[in-house]
Design a protein around this ligand. Structure first.
Ligand code: TRP
Length: 402
């Protein structure tokens, strides 16, 4: 492994992709409250999962045009926050990055996930059952397999796998998702999904989870806050997000300078702008097969396309965290753990902000942090929306969460 030199600026002549990301993992682990042994184990795990591209010099272009991040670094970090606890650090990576073909990329991904399963003693049976659906001989993009690791204390991560519903063609993706859900016992789940423009990912929790989820991700072009608030299909009125809550989160993350009423109704002028630059995503999580309904809903706002620079993106993240009663300090520490640059000097370090509701659990706020191994996107001047006057600017917390 490359020697760890905290605070060293990136891209000296000898800097490698693996060295860069491993150092970020170590520093992020510390920022998230993990101990030194766990941090070192997780840095090694990430290097092993990256495989040969870890050795690649950062002076070279990215190994391929990975869809995982904007600058094609095959690694992205995220933090999941709930009140009164350390955040959970996660890392998303593409084990097959740099393979000669997408088919080979997928094969490598499967091999790495199976190696993890042997090492940590979990089953890949549910993934194995889907292999023919998501790994056809001549797959289409934009990905083959991504893997996310939740870096929990103890050195053994929780593992999630992300598959491509369009592997056998975009036009077949709905059928692929329906069949995959059916094989996993979720026979009515497909019918429960809301409308979307595209099926983006099909994801599985593998290993030691209390309630392993099967998740379907949808992309929504030109979505408004009101439409976003109508996307959850979580059943029974117990733990599903309230529509006002989702609307409020959407507006805060998107930076729409409207203030909603305490009950979340639209501001007086009824302004409800749509997000047209990059689609919003929704995720629908299934944990039981009895009701046919999802038990979890997450909304992801690609804040980087709707903020001029990361300083602004951070302000929005902090406002959302405050609303949910979460200390923003670990997020601030994490951003400095990943990059020495000033937040105003680029945009995209914070890629997405998410709000997750899982039945029976407190809402979680998630922030996705780019590695920026290859590129920092310069700040942009966004056309600003007309300001809406408001007398109710004071920060408010969601009932029961603060
Ligand atoms: N880079 C892709 C995108 O922006 C995929 C992706 C990476 C993503 N991290 C994500 C999508 C977090 C949603 C949430 O869409």
């Amino acid at each position: 492994m490359t020697a760890i030199r905290p605070g060293v600026p990136k891209a000296t002549g000898v800097e490698t992709l693996g060295g860069h990301t491993a150092r970020q993992v170590l520093r992020l682990c510390e920022a998230a409250g993990l101990n030194g042994a766990d941090s070192a184990a997780y840095a090694r795990t990430v290097l092993a999962a990256l495989g040969p591209v870890a050795e690649r010099s950062l002076a070279l272009p990215p190994p391929d045009r990975s869809f995982l991040s904007d600058d094609h670094t095959p690694v992205e970090f995220s933090l999941a926050f709930v009140p009164d606890a350390d955040p959970t650090l996660r890392v998303l990576l593409e084990p097959g990055c740099g393979a000669d073909s997408l088919e080979e990329n997928g094969r490598t991904g499967l091999r790495i996930v199976r190696e993890m399963a042997r090492r940590w003693g979990f089953s890949t049976a549910r993934l194995d059952e889907l292999e023919d659906l998501f790994f056809p001989p001549d797959p289409e993009g934009p990905l083959a397999l991504w893997c996310a690791l939740e870096l929990v204390p103890g050195g053994v991560p929780r593992v999630k796998v992300y598959l491509n519903p369009a592997a056998s063609g975009q036009e077949r993706s709905a059928d692929t998702v329906r069949e995959a859900l059916r094989r996993l016992g979720h026979k009515q789940a497909f019918e429960a999904l809301p409308e979307g423009d595209r099926h983006l990912f099909f994801a599985l929790d593998l290993g030691d989870w209390e309630e392993p989820r099967v998740k379907v991700y949808l992309a929504h072009h030109d979505l408004s806050a009101a439409e976003a608030a109508g996307l959850s299909r979580v059943g029974g009125g117990t733990g599903g997000p309230g529509q006002p809550e989702v609307k409020r989160f959407f507006a805060m993350a998107a930076g729409h300078d409207t203030d909603t009423d305490a009950d979340g109704l639209e501001a007086e002028d009824g302004q409800d702008p749509r997000l047209g630059r990059r689609p919003v995503q929704s995720c629908h999580a299934f944990t039981e097969t009895a009701t046919g309904r999802p038990s979890g809903f997450t909304l992801y706002i690609p804040v980087r396309d709707y903020a001029p620079h990361d300083g602004e993106a951070l302000d929005r993240a902090v406002a959302v965290l405050d609303r949910y009663g979460v200390d923003p300090a670990p997020l601030l520490r994490s951003l400095s753990a990943v990059t020495p640059r000033r937040l105003q000097d680029g945009v995209g370090l914070i890629a997405y902000l998410g709000l997750a509701h899982q039945q029976g659990r407190p809402p979680r706020v998630t922030a996705y942090i780019s590695s920026e191994a290859y590129e920092v996107k310069p700040p942009t001047a966004l056309p600003t929306l007309p300001a809406v006057p408001s007398q109710r600017r004071a920060a408010r917390r969601v009932a029961g969460s603060g």
